[in-house]
Ligand binder design. Structure first.
Ligand code: SF4
Ligand code: FES
Length: 255
């Protein structure tokens, strides 16, 4: 099985019982221990990997077999919880959804924490500023009236489809931490907060769109977006983030 797109394959290891070839893959991880290091440092690890392994599996092997101090977040390991967003070869991805066979293992694989949020340790950043922006846009249903007794709030399939894309967000921060505006201006709400505002602004059952649009019509709101598309490219859920931001801008202009 060929698992590299270009260049020579990495060191080939023995096939396992099922005949699948393994490879020795070099990971270069940006480590930082605030109690010891003045600055982050890059550390190499050679790990035996199978093509169907993920970068998260490599991190587990390093942590469990080589250096238990390696720190990173993960929970579900299946692309649902959003806790293991990191920069892999310079691109924001979920480690649990990045397969070894999709990377060029003829070269080292660089792994580092996402950018724009304070680095705490190794691959862990402080997510508080990210979640503050999320909370600021009031991401919860705010209807003015109660539903009829014993009835659910009605919503047509057509009305539901308007905001379907932005319901898929798992709050991984891959978008916000790939945004150059967010890197240079930590005050910007960032794409994830706008995506989650969109999810409620366009919900026909909600009555607080004007409040959220007013919040996002701030100097650190939607107008800071420069439409670089980094966010859309980074999103592991395939959300059309730039389109959602444009729809929120249009809604602000319509009042
Ligand atoms: S919009 Fe996509 S990239 Fe951004 S936080 Fe949600 S799931 Fe992650
Ligand atoms: S560990 Fe949950 S999304 Fe990757």
């Amino acid at each position: 099985m060929t698992i590299v797109d270009s260049g020579a394959p990495a060191d080939t290891q023995e096939a396992n019982d099922s005949g699948i070839q393994s490879y020795l893959v070099t990971f270069i991880i940006r480590r930082f221990d605030p109690e010891v290091d003045a600055e982050p440092r890059w550390v190499d690890y050679d790990v035996e990997m199978y093509p169907t392994d993920r970068v998260l599996d490599a991190l587990h092997r390093i942590k469990w077999d080589v250096d238990g101090t390696l720190s990173f977040r993960r929970s579900c390991a299946h692309g649902i919880c959003g806790s293991d967003a990191m920069r892999i070869n310079g691109r924001n991805r979920l480690a649990c959804k990045t397969l070894i066979k999709d990377l060029d293992i003829s070269k080292p694989i660089y792994v580092e924490a996402i950018k724009g949020l304070p680095l705490e340790k190794d691959l862990i950043v402080d997510m508080d500023p990210f979640f503050e922006s999320f909370r600021d846009v009031q991401p919860f249903l705010q209807p003015k009236s109660a539903p009829e007794p014993g009835k659910e709030r009605f919503q047509s399939i057509k009305d539901r489809a308007v905001y379907d894309d932005t319901t898929k967000c798992i709050l991984c921060a891959a978008c916000t931490s790939s945004c150059p505006v967010f890197w240079t201006d930590g005050q910007y709400f960032g794409p994830a907060a706008i995506v989650n505002a969109h999810r409620f602004i366009f919900d026909s059952r909600d009555d607080a769109a004007d409040v959220r649009l007013d919040i996002l019509n701030d100097k650190e709101g939607v107008w800071r977006c420069r439409t670089t598309f980094n966010c859309t490219e980074a999103c592991p859920r395939g959300i059309e983030i730039t389109k959602a931001i444009a729809e929120v801008k249009q809604a602000v202009l319509r009042g």
